[in-house]
Design a protein around this ligand. Structure first.
Ligand code: ZN
Length: 712
């Protein structure tokens, strides 16, 4: 399913470089906890000691050390070999990686103005650091010498893959360009890193800027008690006082509002606030940033010998080509539109039932679709929440992992936390071996980006022959508890928890020796997460975790059955909005020239978006899941020419779950062991399709996906 995931897997953004501010880095080393070996339990960062002023000197020192390590590789007298060049390069920049991991994760979940300013200051230095490596001619000569001699080196498959990936990263980083083109590339990288960052920061500001304040209780008609209580608390937190209710563009606030509010004009107001983010002609407007991003990315791709940016990106992905991506999207588009038309007919019928004579608009869809679902399946979303107490869902995810892999999670009470609201768990293997630490941080706050993601404060690695265990974090924006009540999740949120937990398992099980082979392709990385979603609604799992928060009663069989029958309802809308965003992302990045862009920037982002969606007959009531000016996946980087990855991975996870079902046991330990061994443990040592086939014994088919989504 299509989740609001921003970061996948353990992607620890690598930092760039610096030379000019030695003064600030000097003299603080002994007092800076980021420059001292982490001595907290399990080597987690000393969050209780880290202060804002520690980040910059630590990153500066990291850059300095990293550059010195590169210099030592280049200037050594010994002839290049695998250890002294490829492994040494992989090990370089360790302090920088560690510091950046802490900074980036905190900047996403606990940011403030100072952190945002520092990230803008560091972005060009980081970009320069990476470029100083990729475009270092002497270093590349050493790498190339080892690469050219690869046949005779007798490397095992992990080492061979590291060598190949290292060589490719130099070529893709501009190592083969002449000096003039290298200078151009450096400038493009610098600009791109800043534009991507600014895009995301604008988006957060725009999301926080909108407020729907209700001061008349009649306008709360249709909303659930929990929603009303949360909105009253939000109003108090925002110093609006008693008797007011605040609704925002954060998902736990807006989405249930659109689904439940009887006030059509208020739904319209909040809906328009949402879809106009970054497109308001103010300081945070992202249209010009999108235009520049698309333009500069194309320039970069051409400089590196590709026709368009998608080709540059996809050559490293499982999909390989844009044609393969479009082939999958096209296969799903017509069936999705057909189901969407049926859903729209239901919506029109609901409007007619009420005696309404208007045409359904975007702000009506969720509201009337929910009414139609109730009518069709006698199913009310609000009946489910009491059975989905957050702690129970979390423990349900732990239970599934225990049944599949024998691993356990134990809450840690005496360990530094990245935020007071976060929780920490130790993950142990079946035989008691420590696998890693898992943080979980569930509720929205103004300092946190929207969506849900899994990241890390430390990646899995090897040091002196010993496995360094990862420190993984899951960050969400779930419905918070209201006064005196526990947090009660929607089904979508429960699935998101399992999803992120799946990424977490991928991180915790990782066992590779080199950072350079630790990541899998972006269109494969959603397999470990999405496959976990399949267990959420299994009756054997529900009976363990879905217990009423007041009575402890297990979700009644009748409700489970209704849930099961109704869970496919709405897939037309969900699939269509997702595919529309995927097309939009791809269409921007297959451009091989920017229309009307030769002299002045008159490439119109809204017009491009309208034309790309219009020509595919996207129903007017359904905006793409993300519009251009708040599409952080593609514009902020990370999922550029890659938003299709969720559905690409879904082919794999739908087919992969069949492997469990075929045995008649959704907890089959033998199938789970294969999944762990071939998919979750080896990082990116093998090619993605090989990994899948090692697990499944065959290539995946698309039928299970189509059936799961009710499109076949
Ligand atoms: Zn994900």
């Amino acid at each position: 399913m299509n989740k609001k995931i921003m970061i996948a897997g353990l992607i620890l953004a690598l930092a760039g470089s610096c030379t000019s501010t030695k003064k600030e880095a000097a003299g603080t080393d002994s007092a800076n906890p980021l420059l001292t070996e982490f001595s907290a339990p399990f080597g987690v960062p000393p969050f209780d000691k880290i202060k804002m002023e520690h980040y910059k000197p630590a990153m500066m020192k990291g850059l300095e050390d990293g550059e010195a390590e590169i210099k030592a590789i280049v200037e050594q007298a010994a002839a290049p070999d695998f250890e002294n060049t490829i492994v040494a390069l992989d090990r370089s920049g360790e302090l920088l990686s560690q510091t950046r991991a802490v900074f980036s994760a905190q900047n996403s979940a606990n940011t403030n103005d100072e952190m945002e300013a520092l990230s803008r200051e560091m972005a060009p230095l980081m970009s320069q650091y990476r470029d100083n490596i990729s475009m270092n001619a002497k270093l590349f000569a050493r790498v190339k010498a080892v690469y050219d001699a690869r046949e005779g080196l007798g490397l095992d498959r992990e080492k061979a893959k590291l060598l190949e990936e290292t060589y490719k990263s130099f070529v893709r980083g501009g190592a083969n360009l002449n000096a003039e083109d290298q200078a151009k590339l450096r400038e493009l990288n610098r600009q791109l890193s800043l534009l991507q960052l600014t895009f995301g920061q604008n988006m957060l500001k725009e999301t926080n800027a909108f407020r729907l304040v209700i001061d008349n209780a009649d306008d709360l008609a249709g909303l659930s008690e929990g929603q009303i209580a949360n909105a009253a608390e939000a109003a108090l937190d925002a110093n609006l006082g008693e008797g007011k209710w605040l609704f925002t563009l954060h998902n736990p606030s807006i989405m249930p509002f659109l689904q439940n509010s009887d006030r059509r004009e208020l739904r319209e107001k909040i809906f328009k606030g949402y879809i106009m983010r970054g497109n308001n002609g103010n300081e945070q407007d992202n249209k010009e940033i999108v235009r520049q991003l698309v333009t500069l990315r194309l320039e970069k791709a051409k400089l590196l010998g590709y026709d368009d940016y998608a080709s540059f990106v996809l050559s490293e992905r499982m999909a390989k080509t844009a044609d393969n991506v479009y082939a999958l999207l096209d296969k799903l588009w017509e069936p999705a539109l057909k189901v969407t038309a049926l859903e729209l007919a239901d919506i029109d019928a609901e409007i007619a039932k009420e005696g309404g004579s208007f045409k359904a608009e975007g702000w009506d869809w969720r509201y009337y679709a929910e009414k139609a679902r109730k009518a069709r399946f006698d199913m009310d979303e609000n009946l489910i929440r009491p059975y989905l107490k957050l702690e129970n869902v979390r423990d349900g995810a732990f239970y599934v992992a225990n049944r599949l892999y024998g691993i356990t999670f134990t809450q840690l009470s005496d360990i530094p936390l990245p935020h007071p609201e976060a929780q920490a768990f130790e993950c142990k293997d079946e035989d008691g071996t420590h696998l890693g630490v898992l943080y979980m941080d569930f509720f929205p706050r103004a300092s946190k980006r929207g969506g849900a993601w899994c990241g890390g404060y430390r990646g899995q690695a090897y040091k002196d022959g010993k496995r360094v265990a990862p420190v993984v974090t899951i960050v969400c924006n779930f419905t918070p508890p209201s006064a005196g009540e526990p947090a009660l999740l929607s089904l979508d949120e429960a699935e998101t928890l399992f999803h992120e937990f799946g990424h977490g398992l991928h991180g915790l099980f990782g066992d590779v020796h080199y950072e350079g082979v630790s990541n899998v392709p972006r269109d494969f990385v959603e397999l470990p997460s999405q496959i976990m979603e399949h267990w959420v609604l299994q009756p054997e799992v529900l009976k363990v975790y879905a217990k009423h928060y007041q009575t402890g009663e297990v979700m009644p069989a009748e409700l489970v059955e209704k849930l099961d029958r109704s869970s496919k309802y709405g897939q037309g809308f969900a699939t269509t909005e997702y595919l529309a965003a995927s097309y939009l992302d791809m269409d921007y990045h297959i451009l091989n020239e920017i229309p009307g862009n030769k002299e002045k920037g008159n490439f119109e982002v809204p017009a491009f978006e309208a034309s790309t969606l219009g020509k595919r007959h996207l129903p007017s009531q359904i905006p793409p899941r993300y519009r251009s000016t708040y599409f952080n996946h593609t514009m902020g980087g990370g999922y550029t020419a890659g938003y299709y990855s969720y559905i690409w991975s879904e082919v794999l996870d739908a087919d992969g779950f069949e492997a469990f079902k075929e045995t008649g046991d959704i907890f089959n330990r033998e199938v789970a062991a294969r999944f762990r061994k071939y998919v979750l443990t080896p990082g990116g040592i093998d090619d993605a399709m090989e990994m899948y086939k090692n697990f499944r014994g065959k290539e995946p088919g698309t039928d299970p996906l189509l059936k799961n989504r009710g499109l076949k």
